[in-house]
Design a protein around this ligand. Structure first.
Ligand SMILES: *Cc1c(COP(=O)(O)O)cnc(C)c1O
Length: 387
């Protein structure tokens, strides 16, 4: 059977694959410690679930506007203005089936054959594949530990060609946990404005920050950069709503209109009652965020201390998101080999860095309970010592 090249040119998400394998092994009764999940282990807060149930009972079960429920767009505009200092109105917003779908739709709406998209590595697993699915070309810019896995202004400038359309910025970052400072963003913004390209600011981890790190959207720096900023965000990570599939993009109106056209012929509106859950997430009490952040902070501190004590691993302490990105180059193993052996020998699941464009690294997610982290780190320690 022949398949379209758009499919044969991409690989399935390795992060989802590792997580599925770990879950399957667990189901078979194998005692797995999984660091693979890219999602909070908490249940969605009760008031959000109640709001969705109420919406169901009230018959919010029909088609809605393709770009999202007006009430949710209103609530998002308020959030973007008050919390992020981004002057977006409801017509600047499209509600999508999660942050992943946002970015996919966006690539379909903006990218033509051979258009270039600049992606700093390590990157989130799906960015380059989405560009390929849209028939564009990813320009991967490798970054090093010394530069804290952040693209430098010189690197950005050098990567831009007449074909460049988009620069993808993800802060706080999955997989590295690094956060760009306002000063660093300012330098990047100058180049983006000068070269007149779009910046996609993936801010899905904006609320998961540690040690006084602050999140600032690049779009807030001045009006020129604001006009070129496409903010991508969602409810999955902040509100433990991964399965709900609600995300959004905020940008200038023509971008939203183009994305709405794509959406109107593909998914149509996001599940109507799920959008009412999202409204409750924005308008309801926010103490659930502090509770989850408290747990992440405790786990991060623990996993960082443990990892420091294991020889032949090195890393930067993350100040955002919920991942520890370990450099394994001193073990002499590449990431897939390392993760396979770790899973077989010690029953610990981690994601190979090759999925993020960094084959000398592995990603541990600490969005899991402390007992699992403790047991998993004992096993990782043993694994390294037996190598
Ligand atoms: C999880 C994630 C997303 C999107 O998640 P959805 O579940 O699709 O909302 C987007 N970007 C990054 C970097 C992520 O880690």
């Amino acid at each position: 059977m022949k398949f379209a090249s758009r499919v044969t040119n991409v690989v399935p998400s390795l992060t989802l694959a590792v997580d599925a394998k770990a879950k399957a092994m667990k189901k078979e009764g194998i005692d797995i410690c999984s660091f693979s999940a890219g999602e909070p282990d908490f249940d969605t807060p009760t008031h959000i679930k109640e709001a969705a149930k109420k919406a169901l009972d009230e018959g919010k079960t029909k088609y809605g506007p393709a770009s999202g429920e007006p009430a949710l767009k209103e609530a998002l505009a308020k959030k973007l203005q008050e919390e992020d200092h981004l002057n977006f109105k409801p017509e600047n917003i499209i509600v999508t089936n999660g942050g992943k779908h946002s970015l996919f739709n966006l690539m379909l709406a903006l990218i033509e054959v051979d258009d270039e998209v600049i992606i700093p590595a390590p990157y989130w697993v799906s960015y380059p594949e989405m560009v390929t699915l849209a028939h564009g070309k990813s320009v991967i810019v490798p970054t090093t530990v010394e530069q804290h896995y952040k693209i430098t202004p010189e690197q950005l400038r050098q990567a831009i060609t007449p074909k460049t359309r988009i620069f993808v910025l993800n802060s706080p970052s999955n997989p590295t946990g690094m956060v760009y400072t306002p000063e660093e963003l300012q330098e990047l913004a100058k180049i983006i404005v000068e070269k007149d390209i779009w910046v996609v600011s993936d801010e899905i981890y904006q609320k998961i920050l540690y040690d006084g790190a602050v999140h600032r959207s690049i779009g807030t720096l001045n009006t020129e950069i604001f006009e070129r900023t496409i903010v991508s965000n969602g409810f999955a990570k902040s509100y433990a709503m991964t399965g709900w599939r609600v995300g959004y993009i905020a940008a200038t109106e023509p971008v939203i209109k183009a994305m709405t056209t794509v959406q109107s012929h593909s998914t149509s509106n996001v599940c109507t009652f799920a959008q009412y859950g999202a409204i409750a997430a924005l308008q309801g009490p926010q103490d659930c965020l502090a509770e989850m952040l408290h747990a992440f902070t405790e786990r991060r501190q623990y996993i960082v201390e443990r990892a420091k004590a294991i020889p032949n691993l090195s890393f930067l302490t993350p100040n955002g998101a919920f991942y520890l990105f370990l450099d394994i180059s001193q073990t002499g193993l590449k990431s897939i080999d390392f993760c396979q052996k770790l899973l077989e020998q010690q029953k610990v699941a981690a994601v190979p860095g090759i999925a993020f464009g960094a084959d000398d690294c592995i990603r541990l997610s600490y969005a899991t309970d402390l007992t699992t982290i403790e047991k998993g780190m004992d096993r990782l320690d043993k694994f390294i010592h037996l190598l």
